[in-house]
Design a protein. Sequence first.
Length: 362
Amino acid sequence: MPKLPLVSSPDAVTPGWLTDVLHVAGIGADARVAAIPRRERIGTGQMASSVRFALAWEGDAAGAPASLVGKFPSDDPISRGTGSEQGGYRKEVEFYRRIAPTVDVRTPRIFHAAIDDAGKDFVLLMEDLSGSEQGDQLAGCTLDEAALAIDEAAKLHAPRWGDPELVGFDFLGGAPGQHAPLLAQIYGALWPGFESRYADRLDPEVMALSDRLRERIGRWADALDTPHTVAHGDFRLDNLLFGRGPGAPPIVVVDWQTVACGRGAADVAYFLGGSLPLESRRREEERLVREWWDALRARGVDGYAWDACWRDYRHCTYGGLVMAVVASQIVVQTDRGDEMFLAMAEGAGRHAIDLEAEKLLG
């Protein structure tokens, strides 16, 4: 197999390089990419840039794609530094290489995944899911979409539930909770910036909750004894694609830069707290969490009682608030980003208050 050069900028992608990449992937062996008629920026990612490439083929291109999507480091130096220094780029590449084939969650088909030794430059080439529509964190989702997402989460969590091998994957961060002291330090250092930026726009009760969490976040991060699994870490609408066109898969999960060895309930609480309108979440969340729990059991997860599941779910409601505080301060500031982080903090904070999650911290 030829060693392909690492092309980590969409502007540096050439027809010849795409031909070589796709040939190595077993595609278009009797054809070549003659031209790239169109390059189109897509998505709303904070730490990376995604581009759709239209492909013009010469030769027998039966079965070859007419377009594909490339994912590259962010153009913004702040976001690019975060993606590299926090290990996000390596996490995503290694997820597709080593974890995706072992779980049942629907992800894009990957044609090429490469990263440099420093974890700064990377490229992913994947199938173009143009028949699918990205969810919108600010608009929220329907109950049917929520049920679809929760079932897909179980397809991620169940296959490697309690798998001891996961702790050995460095890119997954080790055992859940082992970085609790570091998280407490980071959260405490970044919270003043979050407060300064959003205090006059966020519900005062939620802002007060995020302040109190500074003294308890280490305990929160290291409190659960539930078996670990593969957790997405940023399981929200912007990272889900819903099938709209003919033949499109019902749902596809993307953006694996926060994948970790973690708790499955964290993904579920993060999603429901940040994606459903408030009253829908209050009315339907227990039913939806039970659907996730039932799906785990149907896929072979034993020994996870409903009471433990509901406790974990309540405990994990803080996840969206923690993400909003930390992530908002380490990526480039944009208008949509501010709206997204506010919605995330508001939804998660209200979620934790509604379910009295603070009582679980002692």
